[in-house]
Design a protein around this ligand. Sequence first.
Ligand code: C5P
Length: 300
Amino acid sequence: MSATVTVRVPAKVNVQLAVGAARSDGFHDLANVFLAVGLYDEVTVTAADELRVTCEGPGADQVPLDRTNLAARAAELLAARYGIPPRVHLHIAKGIPVAGGMAGGSADGAGALVACDALWGTQASREELLDICAELGSDVPFSLVGGAALGTGRGEKLQPLEVGGTFHWVFAVADGGLSTPAVYREFDRLTPDAPAPEASPALLEALRTGDTEALAATATNDLQPAALSLFPSLADTLAAGTAAGALAALVSGSGPTTAFLTADAASAHKVADALTASGTCRTARVATSPARGAQVLTPG
Ligand code: C5P
C-alpha cells in the first residue's frame, strides 16, 4: 500500500448509440458502441480524516463535491463491501469536458474505485469492480475497461470489440451543458415507437478493420435529434466541422459536446482550428482513439 494513488481514466465517444423504448424502470435498452478517446481525468486518492472531494481544471466549478459525485459514491461502495471506513481525500483533475456527454463523471467513478482499491489493498476482482461500476451508472463499466466495447442492457453489459487502427477526432465543447435524463425524455417525446436497438454489423466491421471512412459512413446517434431539439445551436457547430472537412459530425452521447471524425492528425488540427474560429463552440480538442481504460499511474 502507498499513501497516495493516482489513476488516469479516458473519455468516451459513442460511435453508435441505438436507443429503444423506455423500460418499466425508466432506463432505455441500448446498443451502445463505446470507443475510449485520449482525453483523460486523473483521480488522486490520499488517506484523510473523512471523505472529501476536490476538483480542478476546466469546468471544475460545475462538479458536485458532495456525496452525489460518482467518485465519492465509488469510495463508499467499495468501503462498504470490505468493512473499511471511506476516509479518503479524492482529488479530481478534469481533462474531460464536464457535463458534455463524454462520460467524465463516470470516468471519475471508475478512477476512484481503482484508486481506492489500490490504496486500501482490497484487491477486488475485475468482476467485483465491474459490479460496483454498474451500480454507479450505465457508462461507468466502460470507463474501467476502455478500448472499444458494445454495451447492451442499459449500456452496462459489455462485450469487448477489436479495433484495427487509430481514429482521429475533434471534440467541440459547447457553452453550457445538457442533462442526460432530459435528453432521454426528449427522445421519448420525439420517438414514440422506437424499435429494439441493434448494433450495426457494418460499423463493427469498420472498427475491426480501422477503416475511418467506413466508420464515418456508419456512425449514428439516436439521441442526436433530442439533443438538437434542446440545444438547437449545436446544428451550427456540426455544420462548421463538416464544412472544415470532417468525415462525420455527430453529437457525443447525450451531448452537448459534438464529435468530428477526421481522416488524419493534420485534418483534425485543421477542423479544430476552424471550429474554434467559427465561434460556434467554447473550445475544440483533438484526440485519438482507442485509449486504455482506468490505469494506475502511481503504483499502490
Ligand atoms: O446510468 P446513469 O446514471 O448514467 O443514467 C443517467 C440517466 O440517463 C438515467 O437516470 C436515465 O434518465 C438516463 N438513461 C436511460 N437509459 C440508459 C442510460 C441512461 O434512460 N440506458
